[in-house]
Unconditional design. Structure first.
Lengths: 477, 101
């Protein structure tokens, strides 16, 4: 590895090195110093942001024998992943205060998972792609179980079984594609797929179907969504702020690279499959969310629906569509963070927000938190002026530009159905009476983080052009 | 000489058995872990067969990584299983229905 490679890999190396350091610190420091690992993790993520920031505007670079790629898409998404990770770790602070003995383990697993995400967006070869996907998932299985309650363990077991099954599907698909093309490098696969004979082409197509199924599992898109409501309900809330946001960015970037570079020969085939997945996700997510009373399950079904919208941009196979999907997933990651972050901030002091009724009359108890949840819910529903509105406009515009009007109409109908359950939360907060109207006390730190997060959503909704331009610059070069 | 398709049949059969095991088995989570292992081993068979017939070393290298990851995955899975057994006193899949709705 020469010095050029080292410079390219610096953000990942930093995060991994800090994970190793936290491991050692966790072994040698007692309960009292539990905040050391939290501070160190936060600092390493912030420094990593600076390193990634310095990589912006570089030409496309390769490292580690072309297995690692650094281009505009990877830098932008790494930046977003790191920002999500910083917010998520900050939301976990009350959890660390309550469970000081878990802090080291949590930070350690958290950093490993984040480094997996960063490597996933940069992998240009199927071996590092698979390895970083596992590096992303394995710590998350353990994080879901971190409190060791029965509910945690059940959620962790379900997540583990589904995740391992998805990895196996993905691997089986990769093995068939390897058999057809005799290569594991994404660019070589693209070349050899064009020259295939018919019988090999069929094998590669079967492999493609397996890969789509495996990735749909990782997205949590219907019909491979069964795990996500259970995980969202059973896992500790700080873990969901990570699990629901940053991995989706990483998997999307990988899916775009895999499908629009390597499998471009089969574009007509995978487009149809992904359209079916997108429609199923939007329909099932939005309709199943209506009957949910548990707020976390509702947000889980809403995440399934949002994955459907995001895939709409991706299936258009145009640079504009990819840029719209990228913007959508960034917006969605911020909204998920704020949504579950609000649950954390509103939950302490013996008052646990679990069902929608628990938010009744929140406006009279804590107007500021209620207003923040209002912003998030309006953004998730796609009501202007919030970033969710422009994200939906972007994907619908991309779908219209390839003349799939029926798909746009369908998406719009499901979006209107979806408005119902988001506005139900707002109605509960503002218009329903509450028996216990005592003010809600929550820590200042949590409030500040939540306000920052929600204001980013609001500001990106009022001035969306800078982020949209960044996303378009990625795919229009 | 055994043909490539024979290996592919074996591996797809193993994969099918693994998936069937995951779906049919309603009693024991350890069997579920074994089925996951079976899925990964069928993939390994595929890779080794392709690698041999294509005269390409990449597939064999991938097998080593899959073996290593499978070991790590089983370790995490068994750890979660231990927590579950301590909390619930059972590892029956049918009893995993507290989270439902």
């Amino acid at each position: 590895m020469n010095i050029v490679d080292f410079h390219i890999l610096l953000p990942e190396i930093l995060v991994l090195a800090m994970a190793a350091l936290v491991l050692v610190i966790g072994l040698f420091s007692g309960r009292k110093q539990s905040s050391i690992s939290y501070t160190l993790s936060q600092i390493s993520l912030l420094i990593s942001v600076v390193f990634v920031w310095n990589q912006i505007g570089m030409p496309t670079l390769y490292a580690l024998h072309n297995m690692f790629i650094l281009d505009a898409a990877t830098t932008l998404s790494k930046l977003m992943i790191l920002i999500c990770a910083i917010f998520s770790l900050a939301y976990a602070k009350p959890f660390f205060n309550e469970n000081p003995e878990k802090t080291h383990d949590y930070c350690l697993l958290f950093l490993f998972s984040v480094s997996g995400m960063m490597m996933l967006v940069s992998s240009n070869h199927l071996i590092p792609m698979y390895l970083s996907l596992e590096l992303l998932s394995l710590p998350l299985y353990a994080l879901v179980t971190i409190q060791r309650t029965g509910m945690n363990a059940e959620a962790g077991m379900k997540y583990f079984a589904m995740g391992a099954f998805a990895s196996a599907l993905l691997l089986y698909g990769i093995s068939l594609v390897y058999g057809a093309t005799a290569s594991l490098s994404l660019s070589t696969i693209a070349n050899s797929l064009q020259l295939l004979q018919t019988q090999y082409s069929t094998m590669a197509l079967i492999g493609l179907v397996f890969i789509v199924a495996g990735l749909a599992f990782k997205f949590g898109a219907a019909p491979f969504h069964q795990w996500s409501p259970d995980i969202y309900q059973g896992a500790p809330t700080p873990v969901i702020t990570l699990l629901g946001s940053a991995p989706k960015i990483a998997v999307l970037i990988m899916a775009i690279r895999l499908f629009s570079q390597s499998f471009v020969t089969f574009a007509a085939h995978w487009q149809m499959i992904w359209i079916a997945v997108a429609i199923a996700s939007m329909a099932l997510g939005n309709i199943a969310a209506i009957i949910q009373n548990n707020l976390r399950r509702m947000l889980a079904y809403s995440s399934i629906a949002h994955m459907g919208y995001m895939l709409l941009g991706f299936v258009t196979q145009t640079p504009g569509g990819n840029a719209a999907a990228l913007f959508y997933v960034f917006a969605y990651a911020l909204m998920t963070l704020a949504g579950f972050g609000a649950l954390i901030v509103a939950s302490n002091q013996g008052f646990e927000v679990e069902n929608i009724e628990d938010l009744r009359g929140l406006n009279s108890r804590s107007p500021w938190i209620a207003f923040m949840i209002l912003i998030v819910m309006f953004s998730l529903a796609g009501i202007p002026p919030s970033v969710g509105f422009f994200a939906k406009v972007g994907v619908l515009e991309a779908v219209m530009s390839v003349h799939m009007t029926w798909l746009a109409v369908l998406a719009l109908i499901f979006a209107i159905i979806g408005c119902y359950y988001y506005i139900r939360v707002v109605k509960a907060m503002y218009f329903e009476p509450v028996e216990d109207a005592s003010p809600l006390y929550s820590s200042w730190g949590g409030k500040v983080i939540l306000s920052l997060n929600s204001l980013i959503i609001l500001l990106l909704g009022i001035f969306p052009s800078s982020l949209i331009d960044l996303c378009r610059a990625v795919y229009f070069s | 000489m055994i043909s490539l398709s024979a290996f592919l049949w074996i591996s797809s059969l193993l994969f099918a058995i693994g998936i069937a095991g995951m779906i049919i088995n309603r009693h024991n989570l350890v069997v579920l872990l074994m089925c996951i292992e079976l899925l990964l081993l069928s993939v390994n068979t595929n890779f080794v067969a392709f690698s041999h017939y294509l005269n390409n070393i990449d597939g064999k290298i991938f097998v080593f990584f899959i073996l290593a990851v499978a070991a790590a995955e089983t370790a995490v899975g068994l750890a979660i299983l231990m927590v579950l057994y301590r909390q619930r006193g059972t590892i029956e899949i049918d009893k995993m229905d507290v989270l439902n709705g």
